[in-house]
Design a protein around this ligand. Structure first.
Ligand code: NDP
Length: 336
């Protein structure tokens, strides 16, 4: 079994030296276990937070252990009553070709998925953890009302693309923020957002805030934050009174030092409600959110896009690229 181990803590930014390829022999599975051949590995920004000793909401990744990560794949051996060979499953299968479940396996580690209407990879994106994160932050924190103006950052990505499409369906005017003209064109032309600002054309909070004011002269009622840094400052500057802000992620500060808000006065002036959340604290909403998102993808009313790198060996570079915005849509690795 070929796998990537966590080999070194990053010295500021992640480099390929942080990971080490390793081959292991898989022994016979025991009663109650299954063996899964992983087909797709999900690469997610949260993995960067785990590669650190800093305080976090979840325990850090230990050195010399298999890199953690969500996967979808096929059961190839089973000694578990609930799974048979050939079942398609989603699991926390890690950066490796095969995943042998622990004897203590529960339904959070491995779940069967229905691939009759949507491809298995989508369970790692729009109909998986990122989509459910979008659903939760939008429906449970922002609670958008028809006619409101909502801004979402990292708008072309796995989470942001779902946020904007769901908000459009609820009657909001939606403005995305994304890096580069190609991503912005996709957000407007394909995903149907009303506007999208290429933040790279506005390299500081002042110019970005000014541009946002041109597009939202009546102000911003809700902000779904994926990025942080000066983008957050620029949006906070445009908030209407009693705006709601969902802090989902702050990726601009993940691969280095966290970037503080430089203008907390904007929060006071807007009397804004700002709520951070971590989706794993809200497992109760997963069944409903997953059902709605999978149905929307199957019907073609929720559009998704994937960046797929091929081969386990491509995972480190794809992950480093994700932290730099080289992905365009949900970043996956196809494990051949
Ligand atoms: P994406 O598919 O959006 O990929 C990450 C994107 O972040 C990049 O494509 C890039 O887009 C953008 N980005 C990277 N660096 C910067 C930067 N310095 N400044 C601005 N933008 C940057 O990833 P996800 O959809 O998986 O995740 C989006 C956010 O949601 C992350 O912050 C993640 O941590 C968070 N998240 C939080 C969860 C929770 O439970 N709270 C669960 C899942 C995700 P661009 O080219 O447009 O800049």
């Amino acid at each position: 079994n070929r796998q990537y181990l966590f080999d070194h803590y990053p010295n500021v930014v992640v480099t390929s030296e942080c990971f080490k390829l390793h081959d292991e022999i898989i022994s016979q599975i025991d009663e109650g276990e299954i063996l899964v051949r992983n087909h797709y590995l999900s690469l997610d920004p949260y993995m960067r937070g785990r590669m650190s000793k800093a305080k976090n909401y979840a325990a850090g990744q230990e050195l010399n252990t298999v890199m953690q990560g969500g996967t979808v794949g096929e059961v190839v051996e089973s000694k578990h009553a609930d799974f048979k060979v050939g079942d398609t499953v989603i699991c926390t299968g890690g950066w490796q070709l095969y995943y042998r479940t622990a004897p203590t396996m529960d339904s959070n580690h491995v779940r069967k998925i229905d691939v009759s209407r949507i491809p298995m990879s989508v369970y790692l994106g729009a109909a998986g953890m990122p989509g459910i994160t979008a659903w939760y932050g939008l429906n449970k924190i922002i609670k958008p009302q028809s006619g409101e103006t909502l801004v979402v950052s990292a708008a072309s990505g796995a989470v942001g693309s779902v946020v904007g499409q769901l908000a459009k369906q609820k009657g909001c005017r939606v403005i995305g923020i994304a890096g580069g003209p190609e991503k912005c064109e996709y957000v407007v032309e394909t995903l149907g957002f009303d506007d999208c600002i290429d933040y790279k054309a506005y390299p500081d909070a002042e110019t970005l805030s000014h541009e946002l004011r041109q597009l939202a002269p009546n102000g911003v009622d809700a902000y779904y934050e994926n990025v942080g840094g000066y983008i957050m400052d620029a949006v906070l500057d445009n908030l209407n009174a009693f705006a709601r802000v969902a802090i989902c992620g702050l990726i601009a500060g993940y691969d280095g030092r966290a970037i503080p808000i430089s203008n907390p006065r904007a929060i006071l002036v807007a009397r804004a409600s700002i709520t951070g959340f971590i989706i794993s604290d809200h497992m109760d909403i997963w069944p409903q959110a997953l059902a709605e998102l999978a149905e929307a993808v199957a019907k073609g009313v929720l559009i998704f896009r994937e960046s797929v790198s091929v081969g386990l060996e491509s995972a480190p570079d794809a992950f480093i690229g994700l932290l730099q915005g080289h992905n365009f849509g949900k970043q996956l690795v196809k494990l051949i």
